[in-house]
Write a protein that binds this ligand. Structure first.
Ligand code: NAD
Length: 503
Protein backbone atom coordinates (compact mmCIF):
# COMPACT_ATOMS: atom_id res chain seq x y z
CA UNK A 1 0.00 0.00 0.00
CA UNK A 2 1.36 3.42 -0.99
CA UNK A 3 2.22 6.08 1.55
CA UNK A 4 -0.07 9.07 2.02
CA UNK A 5 1.44 12.54 2.19
CA UNK A 6 1.80 14.90 5.13
CA UNK A 7 0.55 18.39 4.28
CA UNK A 8 1.89 21.64 5.67
CA UNK A 9 -0.84 23.56 7.47
CA UNK A 10 -0.96 26.93 9.18
CA UNK A 11 -3.79 27.20 11.72
CA UNK A 12 -5.68 30.49 12.22
CA UNK A 13 -3.70 31.06 15.45
CA UNK A 14 -0.43 30.88 13.48
CA UNK A 15 0.62 27.38 14.54
CA UNK A 16 2.40 25.58 11.67
CA UNK A 17 2.67 21.82 11.44
CA UNK A 18 2.75 18.83 9.10
CA UNK A 19 -0.62 17.06 9.08
CA UNK A 20 -0.59 13.33 8.23
CA UNK A 21 -3.45 12.49 5.89
CA UNK A 22 -3.20 8.70 5.67
CA UNK A 23 -4.59 5.68 7.45
CA UNK A 24 -2.23 4.84 10.31
CA UNK A 25 -1.54 1.10 9.95
CA UNK A 26 1.62 -0.69 11.10
CA UNK A 27 3.13 2.67 12.11
CA UNK A 28 2.86 3.99 8.52
CA UNK A 29 0.44 6.47 6.95
CA UNK A 30 -1.18 4.83 3.95
CA UNK A 31 -3.41 5.77 1.05
CA UNK A 32 -6.82 4.14 1.06
CA UNK A 33 -7.17 1.15 -1.25
CA UNK A 34 -10.15 2.55 -3.14
CA UNK A 35 -9.22 6.26 -3.10
CA UNK A 36 -11.98 7.31 -0.71
CA UNK A 37 -11.49 10.27 1.59
CA UNK A 38 -13.24 12.57 4.06
CA UNK A 39 -12.87 16.32 4.40
CA UNK A 40 -12.23 18.01 7.69
CA UNK A 41 -14.04 21.37 7.95
CA UNK A 42 -13.42 24.41 10.18
CA UNK A 43 -16.91 25.05 11.62
CA UNK A 44 -16.06 28.71 12.25
CA UNK A 45 -15.63 29.40 8.53
CA UNK A 46 -17.08 26.26 6.86
CA UNK A 47 -13.84 26.05 4.88
CA UNK A 48 -11.95 22.82 4.34
CA UNK A 49 -8.89 22.29 6.52
CA UNK A 50 -7.66 19.04 4.97
CA UNK A 51 -8.72 15.91 3.14
CA UNK A 52 -7.77 12.64 4.79
CA UNK A 53 -7.92 9.07 3.52
CA UNK A 54 -10.99 6.99 4.40
CA UNK A 55 -10.70 3.27 5.00
CA UNK A 56 -12.36 0.89 2.59
CA UNK A 57 -13.24 -2.74 3.37
CA UNK A 58 -9.73 -3.77 2.28
CA UNK A 59 -8.09 -1.15 4.52
CA UNK A 60 -10.12 -2.23 7.55
CA UNK A 61 -9.06 -5.81 6.88
CA UNK A 62 -5.44 -4.68 6.56
CA UNK A 63 -5.56 -2.79 9.87
CA UNK A 64 -7.29 -5.62 11.78
CA UNK A 65 -4.79 -8.15 10.46
CA UNK A 66 -1.92 -5.85 11.44
CA UNK A 67 -3.38 -5.62 14.96
CA UNK A 68 -3.84 -9.40 15.16
CA UNK A 69 -0.27 -10.03 14.03
CA UNK A 70 1.03 -7.52 16.59
CA UNK A 71 -1.02 -9.17 19.34
CA UNK A 72 0.87 -12.42 18.81
CA UNK A 73 4.18 -10.79 17.91
CA UNK A 74 6.99 -11.13 20.48
CA UNK A 75 7.77 -7.42 20.59
CA UNK A 76 4.34 -6.78 22.16
CA UNK A 77 3.27 -10.13 23.59
CA UNK A 78 6.56 -10.74 25.40
CA UNK A 79 7.08 -7.14 26.47
CA UNK A 80 6.92 -6.97 30.26
CA UNK A 81 3.94 -5.17 31.74
CA UNK A 82 6.30 -2.56 33.24
CA UNK A 83 7.78 -1.88 29.81
CA UNK A 84 4.27 -1.48 28.40
CA UNK A 85 3.72 1.11 31.12
CA UNK A 86 6.98 2.83 30.16
CA UNK A 87 5.78 3.16 26.56
CA UNK A 88 2.57 4.76 27.78
CA UNK A 89 4.50 7.18 30.02
CA UNK A 90 6.59 8.12 27.00
CA UNK A 91 3.47 8.69 24.94
CA UNK A 92 1.99 10.90 27.68
CA UNK A 93 5.19 12.96 27.78
CA UNK A 94 5.12 13.40 24.01
CA UNK A 95 1.48 14.50 24.04
CA UNK A 96 2.29 16.97 26.81
CA UNK A 97 5.25 18.38 24.86
CA UNK A 98 2.88 18.96 21.94
CA UNK A 99 -0.10 20.21 23.92
CA UNK A 100 -0.37 23.58 22.15
CA UNK A 101 -0.33 21.81 18.80
CA UNK A 102 -3.04 19.33 19.84
CA UNK A 103 -5.18 22.08 21.38
CA UNK A 104 -4.84 24.04 18.13
CA UNK A 105 -5.87 21.10 15.97
CA UNK A 106 -8.87 20.07 18.08
CA UNK A 107 -10.05 23.69 18.31
CA UNK A 108 -9.72 24.12 14.55
CA UNK A 109 -11.33 20.81 13.61
CA UNK A 110 -14.08 20.74 16.25
CA UNK A 111 -14.89 24.41 16.94
CA UNK A 112 -14.22 24.22 20.68
CA UNK A 113 -12.27 27.13 22.09
CA UNK A 114 -8.51 26.83 22.04
CA UNK A 115 -8.40 27.61 25.75
CA UNK A 116 -10.92 24.87 26.57
CA UNK A 117 -8.92 22.40 24.49
CA UNK A 118 -5.64 23.42 26.12
CA UNK A 119 -6.80 23.68 29.71
CA UNK A 120 -9.32 20.87 29.75
CA UNK A 121 -8.92 18.30 26.96
CA UNK A 122 -5.12 18.22 26.94
CA UNK A 123 -4.81 18.00 30.70
CA UNK A 124 -7.25 15.12 30.61
CA UNK A 125 -5.58 13.35 27.68
CA UNK A 126 -2.14 13.43 29.31
CA UNK A 127 -3.56 12.54 32.72
CA UNK A 128 -5.47 9.52 31.44
CA UNK A 129 -2.50 8.02 29.58
CA UNK A 130 -0.26 8.54 32.64
CA UNK A 131 -2.87 7.05 34.94
CA UNK A 132 -3.11 3.87 32.85
CA UNK A 133 0.67 3.74 32.38
CA UNK A 134 0.79 3.28 36.13
CA UNK A 135 -1.75 0.45 36.00
CA UNK A 136 0.09 -1.59 33.35
CA UNK A 137 2.08 -3.67 35.85
CA UNK A 138 -0.59 -3.75 38.56
CA UNK A 139 -3.21 -5.89 36.85
CA UNK A 140 -3.04 -9.15 38.79
CA UNK A 141 -4.99 -12.34 39.17
CA UNK A 142 -5.77 -14.14 42.42
CA UNK A 143 -4.76 -17.36 44.12
CA UNK A 144 -7.77 -19.29 45.40
CA UNK A 145 -7.46 -22.17 47.88
CA UNK A 146 -9.85 -24.99 47.07
CA UNK A 147 -9.02 -28.36 48.73
CA UNK A 148 -6.01 -29.66 50.63
CA UNK A 149 -4.50 -31.05 47.44
CA UNK A 150 -5.62 -28.45 44.98
CA UNK A 151 -5.81 -24.76 44.40
CA UNK A 152 -6.60 -22.46 41.52
CA UNK A 153 -5.17 -19.20 40.32
CA UNK A 154 -6.42 -16.63 37.86
CA UNK A 155 -4.55 -14.57 35.34
CA UNK A 156 -5.88 -11.47 33.62
CA UNK A 157 -5.16 -11.54 29.92
CA UNK A 158 -5.86 -9.02 27.16
CA UNK A 159 -9.16 -9.44 25.32
CA UNK A 160 -7.31 -9.32 21.98
CA UNK A 161 -7.84 -7.03 19.00
CA UNK A 162 -10.04 -4.15 20.07
CA UNK A 163 -12.04 -1.96 17.68
CA UNK A 164 -12.53 1.46 19.22
CA UNK A 165 -14.94 4.01 17.83
CA UNK A 166 -14.97 7.57 19.09
CA UNK A 167 -17.12 10.70 18.64
CA UNK A 168 -16.11 14.24 17.68
CA UNK A 169 -16.81 16.24 20.86
CA UNK A 170 -13.46 15.56 22.59
CA UNK A 171 -11.42 14.00 19.77
CA UNK A 172 -8.02 13.54 21.41
CA UNK A 173 -9.22 12.92 24.93
CA UNK A 174 -11.84 10.36 23.83
CA UNK A 175 -9.02 8.53 22.01
CA UNK A 176 -6.86 8.52 25.15
CA UNK A 177 -9.72 7.19 27.32
CA UNK A 178 -9.84 4.19 25.05
CA UNK A 179 -6.17 3.71 24.22
CA UNK A 180 -4.87 4.02 27.80
CA UNK A 181 -6.58 1.03 29.42
CA UNK A 182 -6.54 -1.11 26.26
CA UNK A 183 -2.76 -0.77 25.85
CA UNK A 184 -2.02 -1.01 29.57
CA UNK A 185 -3.72 -4.42 29.52
CA UNK A 186 -1.77 -5.63 26.47
CA UNK A 187 -4.46 -5.47 23.76
CA UNK A 188 -3.90 -4.19 20.24
CA UNK A 189 -6.15 -1.54 18.80
CA UNK A 190 -7.82 -0.37 15.62
CA UNK A 191 -9.40 2.98 16.46
CA UNK A 192 -11.77 4.77 14.10
CA UNK A 193 -11.77 8.55 14.33
CA UNK A 194 -15.00 10.52 14.01
CA UNK A 195 -15.35 11.67 10.41
CA UNK A 196 -15.81 15.28 11.58
CA UNK A 197 -12.55 15.41 13.60
CA UNK A 198 -9.81 13.06 12.38
CA UNK A 199 -6.83 15.42 12.43
CA UNK A 200 -5.48 15.27 16.00
CA UNK A 201 -5.69 11.47 16.10
CA UNK A 202 -3.50 11.19 13.01
CA UNK A 203 -0.91 13.46 14.62
CA UNK A 204 -1.11 11.19 17.65
CA UNK A 205 -0.10 8.38 15.29
CA UNK A 206 3.25 10.06 14.73
CA UNK A 207 3.80 10.08 18.51
CA UNK A 208 2.73 6.44 18.91
CA UNK A 209 5.50 5.56 16.50
CA UNK A 210 7.99 7.93 18.15
CA UNK A 211 7.23 6.52 21.61
CA UNK A 212 8.29 3.11 20.32
CA UNK A 213 5.09 1.07 20.15
CA UNK A 214 5.70 -1.91 17.84
CA UNK A 215 4.04 -1.71 14.39
CA UNK A 216 0.41 -2.84 14.40
CA UNK A 217 -0.21 -2.34 18.13
CA UNK A 218 -2.05 0.93 17.49
CA UNK A 219 -3.83 1.63 14.19
CA UNK A 220 -6.02 4.62 13.31
CA UNK A 221 -8.65 4.60 10.57
CA UNK A 222 -10.67 7.50 9.23
CA UNK A 223 -14.00 7.08 7.52
CA UNK A 224 -17.75 7.28 7.74
CA UNK A 225 -19.57 5.38 10.45
CA UNK A 226 -21.82 3.38 8.18
CA UNK A 227 -18.89 2.39 5.93
CA UNK A 228 -15.60 2.09 7.82
CA UNK A 229 -17.23 1.81 11.26
CA UNK A 230 -19.70 -0.92 10.44
CA UNK A 231 -17.10 -2.98 8.53
CA UNK A 232 -14.75 -2.70 11.52
CA UNK A 233 -17.28 -3.79 14.14
CA UNK A 234 -18.35 -6.76 11.99
CA UNK A 235 -14.83 -7.97 11.26
CA UNK A 236 -14.45 -11.60 12.43
CA UNK A 237 -10.91 -11.04 13.75
CA UNK A 238 -12.01 -8.25 16.09
CA UNK A 239 -12.51 -9.55 19.64
CA UNK A 240 -14.03 -6.51 21.25
CA UNK A 241 -15.78 -3.27 20.33
CA UNK A 242 -15.50 -0.21 22.57
CA UNK A 243 -17.75 2.59 21.40
CA UNK A 244 -18.60 6.13 22.41
CA UNK A 245 -21.35 7.92 20.51
CA UNK A 246 -25.10 8.01 20.18
CA UNK A 247 -27.49 5.43 21.60
CA UNK A 248 -28.88 4.70 18.11
CA UNK A 249 -25.42 3.81 16.79
CA UNK A 250 -24.66 1.77 19.94
CA UNK A 251 -27.75 -0.29 19.29
CA UNK A 252 -26.65 -0.94 15.68
CA UNK A 253 -23.19 -1.90 16.94
CA UNK A 254 -24.62 -4.34 19.47
CA UNK A 255 -26.53 -5.96 16.63
CA UNK A 256 -23.43 -6.25 14.44
CA UNK A 257 -21.27 -7.51 17.32
CA UNK A 258 -23.88 -10.11 18.27
CA UNK A 259 -23.19 -12.16 15.15
CA UNK A 260 -19.77 -13.22 16.43
CA UNK A 261 -20.53 -12.64 20.13
CA UNK A 262 -17.96 -9.89 20.50
CA UNK A 263 -17.26 -8.38 23.89
CA UNK A 264 -18.65 -4.82 23.91
CA UNK A 265 -18.55 -1.70 26.01
CA UNK A 266 -20.68 1.30 25.15
CA UNK A 267 -20.72 4.92 26.30
CA UNK A 268 -23.71 6.66 24.78
CA UNK A 269 -26.02 9.61 25.13
CA UNK A 270 -27.80 11.32 27.99
CA UNK A 271 -30.43 13.81 29.09
CA UNK A 272 -28.92 14.35 32.48
CA UNK A 273 -30.97 16.05 35.21
CA UNK A 274 -29.71 18.73 37.60
CA UNK A 275 -31.87 19.26 40.70
CA UNK A 276 -31.83 22.50 42.67
CA UNK A 277 -33.47 22.12 46.08
CA UNK A 278 -34.88 25.08 48.01
CA UNK A 279 -31.94 25.01 50.44
CA UNK A 280 -29.28 25.10 47.70
CA UNK A 281 -26.46 27.61 47.67
CA UNK A 282 -27.95 29.65 44.82
CA UNK A 283 -24.76 31.17 43.35
CA UNK A 284 -23.16 27.71 43.18
CA UNK A 285 -26.25 26.16 41.62
CA UNK A 286 -26.38 28.83 38.91
CA UNK A 287 -22.65 28.70 38.18
CA UNK A 288 -22.47 24.92 37.82
CA UNK A 289 -25.75 24.49 36.01
CA UNK A 290 -24.63 27.03 33.40
CA UNK A 291 -21.28 25.31 32.95
CA UNK A 292 -23.01 21.92 32.89
CA UNK A 293 -24.93 22.68 29.73
CA UNK A 294 -23.25 25.63 28.01
CA UNK A 295 -19.55 24.68 28.13
CA UNK A 296 -17.97 22.90 25.14
CA UNK A 297 -20.83 24.29 22.98
CA UNK A 298 -23.20 22.04 24.95
CA UNK A 299 -21.66 19.09 23.12
CA UNK A 300 -21.07 17.01 26.24
CA UNK A 301 -22.58 13.56 26.71
CA UNK A 302 -23.04 14.24 30.43
CA UNK A 303 -24.42 17.77 29.89
CA UNK A 304 -26.94 18.55 32.62
CA UNK A 305 -29.54 19.50 30.04
CA UNK A 306 -32.69 19.15 32.21
CA UNK A 307 -32.77 21.51 35.16
CA UNK A 308 -35.33 20.89 37.91
CA UNK A 309 -35.80 23.67 40.44
CA UNK A 310 -37.88 23.70 43.62
CA UNK A 311 -40.91 25.94 43.08
CA UNK A 312 -39.99 28.21 46.02
CA UNK A 313 -36.66 29.23 44.45
CA UNK A 314 -37.59 28.77 40.78
CA UNK A 315 -38.04 32.47 39.91
CA UNK A 316 -34.81 33.46 41.62
CA UNK A 317 -32.87 30.64 39.92
CA UNK A 318 -34.30 31.37 36.48
CA UNK A 319 -33.54 35.09 36.69
CA UNK A 320 -29.95 34.39 37.74
CA UNK A 321 -29.47 31.60 35.18
CA UNK A 322 -30.65 33.87 32.35
CA UNK A 323 -28.44 36.69 33.58
CA UNK A 324 -25.41 34.36 33.67
CA UNK A 325 -26.24 33.02 30.20
CA UNK A 326 -26.46 36.56 28.79
CA UNK A 327 -23.31 37.82 30.44
CA UNK A 328 -21.08 34.73 30.14
CA UNK A 329 -21.91 32.85 26.97
CA UNK A 330 -20.03 35.00 24.48
CA UNK A 331 -20.29 33.25 21.12
CA UNK A 332 -17.39 33.64 18.72
CA UNK A 333 -14.63 31.80 16.96
CA UNK A 334 -12.36 29.29 18.67
CA UNK A 335 -9.44 31.66 18.98
CA UNK A 336 -10.92 34.62 20.87
CA UNK A 337 -9.62 34.78 24.44
CA UNK A 338 -13.06 35.85 25.67
CA UNK A 339 -15.05 33.36 23.57
CA UNK A 340 -17.11 31.06 25.76
CA UNK A 341 -18.97 29.21 23.02
CA UNK A 342 -17.51 28.38 19.61
CA UNK A 343 -19.41 27.16 16.55
CA UNK A 344 -21.29 23.85 16.47
CA UNK A 345 -19.10 21.08 15.07
CA UNK A 346 -20.96 20.46 11.80
CA UNK A 347 -23.82 21.67 9.64
CA UNK A 348 -25.85 18.64 10.79
CA UNK A 349 -25.30 19.50 14.46
CA UNK A 350 -26.09 23.20 13.86
CA UNK A 351 -29.31 22.24 12.08
CA UNK A 352 -30.20 19.75 14.83
CA UNK A 353 -30.10 22.48 17.49
CA UNK A 354 -32.26 24.80 15.38
CA UNK A 355 -34.70 21.97 14.61
CA UNK A 356 -35.13 21.34 18.33
CA UNK A 357 -35.85 25.04 18.84
CA UNK A 358 -38.76 24.69 16.41
CA UNK A 359 -39.86 21.45 18.05
CA UNK A 360 -39.89 23.15 21.46
CA UNK A 361 -41.88 26.11 20.16
CA UNK A 362 -44.31 23.75 18.42
CA UNK A 363 -44.80 21.79 21.65
CA UNK A 364 -45.84 24.97 23.44
CA UNK A 365 -42.76 25.46 25.64
CA UNK A 366 -41.57 29.02 26.30
CA UNK A 367 -38.36 30.10 24.59
CA UNK A 368 -36.86 32.15 27.41
CA UNK A 369 -33.55 32.90 25.69
CA UNK A 370 -31.71 32.41 22.39
CA UNK A 371 -32.83 29.80 19.91
CA UNK A 372 -31.34 31.58 16.91
CA UNK A 373 -28.63 31.11 14.32
CA UNK A 374 -25.95 33.76 14.78
CA UNK A 375 -24.10 35.63 12.06
CA UNK A 376 -20.65 36.13 13.50
CA UNK A 377 -18.77 36.44 10.19
CA UNK A 378 -19.50 39.14 7.65
CA UNK A 379 -19.88 36.54 4.87
CA UNK A 380 -22.65 34.70 6.74
CA UNK A 381 -20.55 31.54 7.12
CA UNK A 382 -19.94 29.78 10.43
CA UNK A 383 -22.07 27.28 12.34
CA UNK A 384 -23.03 29.49 15.26
CA UNK A 385 -26.15 29.23 17.39
CA UNK A 386 -27.11 31.18 20.46
CA UNK A 387 -27.33 29.48 23.85
CA UNK A 388 -30.96 28.40 24.21
CA UNK A 389 -33.18 28.17 27.28
CA UNK A 390 -36.72 26.75 27.33
CA UNK A 391 -39.12 26.97 30.27
CA UNK A 392 -42.69 25.73 30.79
CA UNK A 393 -41.58 22.31 29.69
CA UNK A 394 -43.40 19.09 30.53
CA UNK A 395 -42.13 15.49 30.56
CA UNK A 396 -44.25 14.55 27.55
CA UNK A 397 -42.34 16.99 25.34
CA UNK A 398 -39.61 15.84 23.02
CA UNK A 399 -37.33 18.67 24.18
CA UNK A 400 -37.59 17.21 27.70
CA UNK A 401 -36.90 13.64 26.63
CA UNK A 402 -34.49 13.77 23.67
CA UNK A 403 -30.80 14.59 23.66
CA UNK A 404 -30.06 17.75 21.62
CA UNK A 405 -26.30 17.75 22.17
CA UNK A 406 -25.96 21.50 21.93
CA UNK A 407 -26.19 24.62 24.14
CA UNK A 408 -29.86 23.90 24.79
CA UNK A 409 -31.43 23.54 28.22
CA UNK A 410 -34.94 22.92 29.53
CA UNK A 411 -35.89 24.19 32.99
CA UNK A 412 -38.86 23.00 35.04
CA UNK A 413 -40.27 23.14 38.60
CA UNK A 414 -40.96 20.54 41.26
CA UNK A 415 -42.85 20.62 44.55
CA UNK A 416 -41.04 18.06 46.73
CA UNK A 417 -38.18 15.57 46.80
CA UNK A 418 -40.23 12.60 45.61
CA UNK A 419 -41.42 14.52 42.59
CA UNK A 420 -37.89 15.73 41.84
CA UNK A 421 -36.54 12.18 41.84
CA UNK A 422 -39.47 10.89 39.77
CA UNK A 423 -38.96 13.63 37.18
CA UNK A 424 -35.20 13.10 37.13
CA UNK A 425 -35.68 9.38 36.47
CA UNK A 426 -38.39 9.86 33.86
CA UNK A 427 -36.03 9.19 30.94
CA UNK A 428 -34.63 6.30 28.97
CA UNK A 429 -31.14 7.67 29.69
CA UNK A 430 -29.02 7.37 32.83
CA UNK A 431 -25.61 8.96 32.36
CA UNK A 432 -24.99 11.88 34.75
CA UNK A 433 -27.03 13.79 37.31
CA UNK A 434 -26.44 16.67 39.74
CA UNK A 435 -27.99 17.57 43.08
CA UNK A 436 -27.76 20.99 44.71
CA UNK A 437 -28.63 21.12 48.40
CA UNK A 438 -27.00 22.07 51.69
CA UNK A 439 -28.77 19.17 53.45
CA UNK A 440 -26.14 16.43 53.70
CA UNK A 441 -28.62 13.66 54.30
CA UNK A 442 -30.77 14.64 51.35
CA UNK A 443 -27.73 14.97 49.07
CA UNK A 444 -26.71 11.35 49.59
CA UNK A 445 -30.27 10.00 49.68
CA UNK A 446 -31.12 11.59 46.34
CA UNK A 447 -27.74 10.63 44.84
CA UNK A 448 -28.55 7.00 45.64
CA UNK A 449 -32.09 7.23 44.21
CA UNK A 450 -31.21 8.77 40.86
CA UNK A 451 -30.84 6.31 38.01
CA UNK A 452 -27.48 7.43 36.63
CA UNK A 453 -23.91 6.18 36.37
CA UNK A 454 -22.52 9.35 37.94
CA UNK A 455 -23.95 11.95 40.33
CA UNK A 456 -22.40 15.30 41.21
CA UNK A 457 -23.26 16.83 44.56
CA UNK A 458 -23.15 20.65 44.39
CA UNK A 459 -21.16 20.47 41.15
CA UNK A 460 -21.42 19.39 37.51
CA UNK A 461 -19.16 17.71 34.97
CA UNK A 462 -16.32 16.74 37.29
CA UNK A 463 -14.33 14.04 35.57
CA UNK A 464 -11.14 12.43 36.78
CA UNK A 465 -9.01 9.57 35.39
CA UNK A 466 -9.25 7.82 38.78
CA UNK A 467 -13.04 7.82 38.90
CA UNK A 468 -15.27 5.42 36.91
CA UNK A 469 -17.30 6.99 34.12
CA UNK A 470 -20.31 5.49 32.36
CA UNK A 471 -24.04 5.13 32.22
CA UNK A 472 -27.02 2.97 33.11
CA UNK A 473 -30.24 2.33 31.15
CA UNK A 474 -29.74 3.44 27.53
CA UNK A 475 -26.65 5.49 28.36
CA UNK A 476 -24.27 2.60 28.11
CA UNK A 477 -22.80 -0.68 29.18
CA UNK A 478 -19.55 -0.90 31.12
CA UNK A 479 -17.28 1.76 32.59
CA UNK A 480 -14.30 3.77 31.41
CA UNK A 481 -11.65 5.40 33.62
CA UNK A 482 -10.55 4.35 37.07
CA UNK A 483 -9.74 0.80 38.04
CA UNK A 484 -13.17 -0.15 36.68
CA UNK A 485 -11.95 0.85 33.21
CA UNK A 486 -9.51 -2.08 33.22
CA UNK A 487 -12.39 -4.57 33.37
CA UNK A 488 -13.32 -3.73 29.81
CA UNK A 489 -9.90 -4.76 28.50
CA UNK A 490 -8.98 -7.93 30.36
CA UNK A 491 -10.45 -11.36 30.59
CA UNK A 492 -9.92 -13.69 33.50
CA UNK A 493 -8.55 -17.17 32.96
CA UNK A 494 -8.86 -19.71 35.80
CA UNK A 495 -6.12 -22.33 36.12
CA UNK A 496 -6.79 -25.33 38.37
CA UNK A 497 -3.75 -27.02 39.88
CA UNK A 498 -3.51 -30.47 41.43
CA UNK A 499 -0.47 -30.47 43.74
CA UNK A 500 -0.44 -34.19 44.44
CA UNK A 501 -1.22 -37.42 42.73
CA UNK A 502 -3.23 -39.05 45.50
CA UNK A 503 -6.67 -37.51 44.75
P1 NAD B 1 -22.55 8.85 16.37
O1 NAD B 1 -23.10 7.67 17.06
O2 NAD B 1 -23.24 9.32 15.15
O3 NAD B 1 -21.03 8.61 15.93
C1 NAD B 1 -20.05 8.20 16.86
C2 NAD B 1 -19.01 7.38 16.13
O4 NAD B 1 -19.65 6.20 15.64
C3 NAD B 1 -18.40 8.08 14.91
O5 NAD B 1 -17.03 7.72 14.84
C4 NAD B 1 -19.17 7.46 13.77
O6 NAD B 1 -18.44 7.46 12.56
C5 NAD B 1 -19.36 6.04 14.26
N1 NAD B 1 -20.48 5.32 13.66
C6 NAD B 1 -21.65 5.82 13.18
N2 NAD B 1 -22.42 4.83 12.69
C7 NAD B 1 -21.73 3.67 12.86
C8 NAD B 1 -21.99 2.30 12.57
N3 NAD B 1 -23.13 1.92 12.00
N4 NAD B 1 -21.07 1.38 12.90
C9 NAD B 1 -19.92 1.74 13.50
N5 NAD B 1 -19.60 3.03 13.77
C10 NAD B 1 -20.50 3.98 13.47
O7 NAD B 1 -22.47 9.97 17.47
P2 NAD B 1 -21.94 11.43 17.28
O8 NAD B 1 -23.06 12.25 16.73
O9 NAD B 1 -20.65 11.45 16.56
O10 NAD B 1 -21.64 11.83 18.80
C11 NAD B 1 -22.61 12.36 19.59
C12 NAD B 1 -23.19 11.31 20.50
O11 NAD B 1 -22.18 10.69 21.27
C13 NAD B 1 -24.13 11.90 21.52
O12 NAD B 1 -25.28 11.09 21.62
C14 NAD B 1 -23.36 11.85 22.82
O13 NAD B 1 -24.13 11.80 23.96
C15 NAD B 1 -22.53 10.65 22.63
N6 NAD B 1 -21.32 10.72 23.46
C16 NAD B 1 -21.25 9.92 24.57
C17 NAD B 1 -20.16 9.97 25.40
C18 NAD B 1 -20.07 9.09 26.61
O14 NAD B 1 -19.00 8.88 27.11
N7 NAD B 1 -21.16 8.54 27.10
C19 NAD B 1 -19.10 10.82 25.10
C20 NAD B 1 -19.18 11.62 23.97
C21 NAD B 1 -20.31 11.55 23.14
Amino acid sequence: MASAPFIDLVAPNGVKYAQPTGLFINNEFLLSADGSSVDSIDPATEEKIATVQAASVADVDNAVKAARKALKGPSWKLLSASDRGALLYKLADLIEENRELFATIDAWDNGKTYLEALENDLVEAVGVIRYYAGWADKVFGQTISTTHQKFAYTIRQPVGVVAQIIPWNYPLSMATWKLGPALACGNTVVLKTAEQTPLSILVLGTLVKKAGFPPGVVNFLNGLGNVTGSVLVSHPLVDKVAFTGSTATASAIMGAAAKTLKNISLETGGKSPLIVFEDAEMEQAVKWSHLGIMSNQGQICTATSRILVHERVYDEFLAKFLETTKSTSKVGNQWGKDTYQGPQVSKAQYQRVLDYVNIGKGEGATLAFGGEPLNINSNGKGLYVSPTVFTNVSPSMRIWQEEVFGPFVVISKFADEDQAVALANDTTYGLGAAVFTTNLERAHRVAAEIEAGMVWVNSSQDCDPRVPFGGVKQSGIGRELGEAGLEAYTQIKAIHVNMGNRL
